[in-house]
Design a protein around this ligand. Structure first.
Ligand code: G3I
Length: 399
């Protein structure tokens, strides 16, 4: 009887519809009246009672094993993988699409690292830290190589994890043939369009989202002086977005930047550009807030994420880490726990914020010490793959 009643309720909540949802499309949830079956190669997966989504593959991460509001451990460090409640499970229970991590190809031969990364309840989304960038994917004009990117895309697929493509157009990690050829505007426009179209097209149907434009602004809100802006002015932006949309109509297309986590000139520049692009009908779906932050020095993320969300685009925290001076003291790690909690709670509190990605989950593979001498300990897991207090901070933020 009870089973029949539940089934009847479910049927009432999710009416039958003949059409299929595309990959990444909604396929169910309370109040949903659209299609409830998915395009071939994807499976309708419950994210929360209000949202089911067609995820690529035939299986997806199982639902959370316990309530995020009552973590079973308050002392991370007691097990190699941390508290029993896991980070992606907690994010999904909070109504978000994912909690994820960046990774890199060389890290995938580290078995202990992979054993944590592949857990879909811990990480529901993966971003390649380097292998989809321009120097990796088109090292010579018209010669595309996807070996590294494919390895990470396949890893995500095998583990039922969403993929964020990173990135199409960035001033950094560019091959010399782009920066040094002296292309005129017409040729460079074609080069940008071909690159974005080919790379995004290669992963068609596999990427939840793409960082189409990365780090286009200076901190004062002026345009960055690089080969794209200096040759094409702002026109490289719509060119890239249009090529990406044509190549994969279902991928969410983002502009991504750092130092836009709180109000300021750079955040305003991104807001103004997004408003202009939307008014012009340029296909842009999201703002990526990188969030390379410093312990004890958080900007007002809650205010800025809400402001970005009010533009009618989705928002994601795309590269979160919170660094400190080394060695990190116990007091610093406690403050870092509070800071991680604050960042996650800011995303949780903004309807348009779809998820959070850490820029690798472990200090073992963090980019920070290579760039900021004497700083590090920025990730939620330490050098030895042991969870830090930050893991509990993330859980507290989603609760
Ligand atoms: O591939 C070469 C390898 O052949 C060589 O032996 C080795 C020697 O140093 O360098 C390797 O390249 C390194 C590459 O990472 C791959 O490991 C580069 O030196 C190194 O500079 C590069 O750093 C990456 C950085 O972007 C480049 O700007 C980091 O791993 C990556 O995490 C970082 O990611 C960026 C995001 O894309 C954008 N936002 C900021 C973020 C952090 O800087």
């Amino acid at each position: 009887m009870k089973l029949a009643a539940s089934f009847a309720t479910l049927v009432a909540l999710v009416p039958f519809a003949a059409a299929q949802s595309p990959v990444w499309g909604q396929c169910g949830g309370i109040g949903w009246t659209g299609p409830t079956t998915c395009a071939a190669g994807s499976t309708c997966t419950v994210s929360n009672p209000y949202y089911s989504q067609c995820l690529p593959g035939s299986s997806a991460p199982p639902p959370p094993s316990s309530s995020p509001s009552s973590p079973t451990s308050s002392s991370p460090g007691s097990s190699p993988t941390g508290p029993a409640t896991k980070l992606n499970a907690a994010a999904v229970a909070a109504g978000k699409k994912y909690f994820g991590s960046a990774t890199d190809n060389n890290e995938l031969s580290d078995t202990a690292y992979v054993n944590i990364l592949k857990d879909g309840q811990q990480f529901g989304q993966i971003t390649p830290a380097n292998s989809m960038k321009w120097d990796a994917t088109e090292p010579n004009r018209g010669q595309f190589t996807f070996t590294g990117g494919d390895q990470i895309a396949n890893f995500a697929k095998a583990n039922g994890q969403l993929l964020r493509g990173h990135n199409c157009v960035w001033y950094n990690q560019l091959p010399g043939w782009v920066t040094n050829s002296g292309f005129n505007s017409s040729t460079l426009s074609s080069v940008v369009s071909t690159h974005c179209g080919t790379v995004v097209g290669h992963y068609k149907g596999q990427a939840y989202a793409w960082d189409v434009i990365n780090e286009a602004f200076n901190d004062d809100g002026t345009w960055r002086s690089d080969v794209f802006y200096n040759t094409l002015g702002q026109a490289f932006v719509p060119t890239a977005f249009q090529a990406a949309r044509a190549a994969d109509p279902d991928a969410k297309l983002y502009i991504n930047d750092y130092n836009i986590e709180g109000p300021g000139a750079k955040a305003n520049a991104v807001s103004n550009l997004v408003s202009t692009l939307k008014a012009q009908g340029v296909p842009i779906d999201g703002i990526g807030v990188q969030a390379h932050l410093i312990v004890g020095q958080l900007p007002n993320l809650a205010q800025q994420l809400a402001s970005f969300g009010s533009l009618g685009v989705e928002v994601a925290i795309t590269e979160l880490d919170i660094r400190t001076t080394l060695p990190a003291s116990s007091a610093t790690l406690q403050q870092q726990q509070r800071d991680y909690q604050t960042v996650i709670a800011a995303c949780k509190g903004v309807a348009g914020c779809v998820g959070v990605t850490v820029w690798d989950y472990t200090d073992k593979y963090s980019w920070v010490p290579n760039t900021f001498s004497g700083q590090g300990a920025a990730c939620p897991w330490d050098q030895n793959l042991q969870p830090k207090p930050a893991v509990q901070g993330i859980l507290n933020g989603w609760a």
